[in-house]
Design a binder for this molecule. Structure first.
Ligand code: UDP
Length: 242
């Protein structure tokens, strides 16, 4: 699991946003994984996920605070979170400035429609190359369609790790495009779901807000954060022979 931490992007959010703006402006191909502890836990057990996380062409950013804390335990310095939802917003805004186009795959039909409306009204220079909700059966066929359109930005909101595996499976068929698996971001960006208030975001306790809103998330939180950090501590002790 340590290799996942070593692979993390070590710059600030501002640096990363400059990097993605540049990649978009120059029509580069870039796959970005927004990692939370769950990604690393699954990656340690799932070869396909491990491969894509460690691929030198993939950029992995720390979305969850648990990833930052885990890196810290291992003595790896990651300055701050780069939340997937903020990256998605940044790409919409850069795409708008650069007059690029976007493909949106994922979320419920009504969420996707609300997001498309928002893009049409708030990001008038960003064209929607196409979109598809996340509940169609054959997602590989959707990707074949996306290949034909060759969009500049491809956001896939199907939940981790399905969205990452799907992108990775088809990535070779593309010459350009900024690809990001954005989890539940369409729900937030469309306005269908509220993000945590600024206080929670500022203090890195967005997870607490989510638990308060959806108490059933507590088990997932325990497994993917508390247990995760114990695992990382164990790893650290093994390394230092304690
Ligand atoms: N989703 C989807 N198709 C599916 C399952 C999920 O489009 O078959 C969408 C779901 O509507 C939501 C997103 O994937 O918009 C996943 O959100 P969640 O918050 O569970 O993901 P996380 O951010 O925790 O990875």
């Amino acid at each position: 699991m340590e290799a996942f931490f070593e692979k993390l992007y070590k710059g600030t959010l501002k640096d990363f946003f400059a990097f993605t703006a540049e990649a978009l402006a120059h029509n580069k191909k870039q796959f970005i994984v927004t990692a939370n502890p769950e990604a690393f836990i699954l990656g340690a057990k799932d070869c396909d996920l491990e491969k894509l996380l460690l691929d030198k062409e993939t950029v992995v950013i720390a979305d969850g605070i648990g990833v930052i804390k885990g890196a810290d335990i291992l003595g790896i310095s990651v300055p701050e979170r780069i939340p997937g939802v903020e990256l998605a917003e940044h790409l919409l805004s850069c795409g708008n400035k650069l007059q690029k186009n976007i493909y949106l795959l994922g979320a419920k039909k009504e969420v996707l429609e609300a997001l498309c409306e928002k893009i049409k009204s708030q990001y008038k220079n960003l064209s929607i190359a196409g979109c598809c909700d996340g509940y169609v059966e054959d997602k590989d066929a959707v990707f074949e369609e996306i290949k034909k359109l060759s969009p500049d930005i491809i956001l896939v909101a199907l939940g981790m790790p399905f969205q990452e595996k799907l992108i990775y499976k088809h990535l070779n068929g593309f010459d350009k495009g900024i690809f990001v698996g954005v989890g539940g971001s369409f729900d937030v960006l469309s306005g269908c779901k509220k993000r945590a208030p600024q206080f929670f975001i500022k203090h890195n306790i967005e997870w607490l807000y989510r638990i308060l809103k959806e108490p059933k998330r507590i088990k997932r939180f325990y497994n993917n954060n508390i247990k995760f950090l114990f695992e990382v501590k164990k790893l650290k002790s093994q390394k230092s022979g304690k």
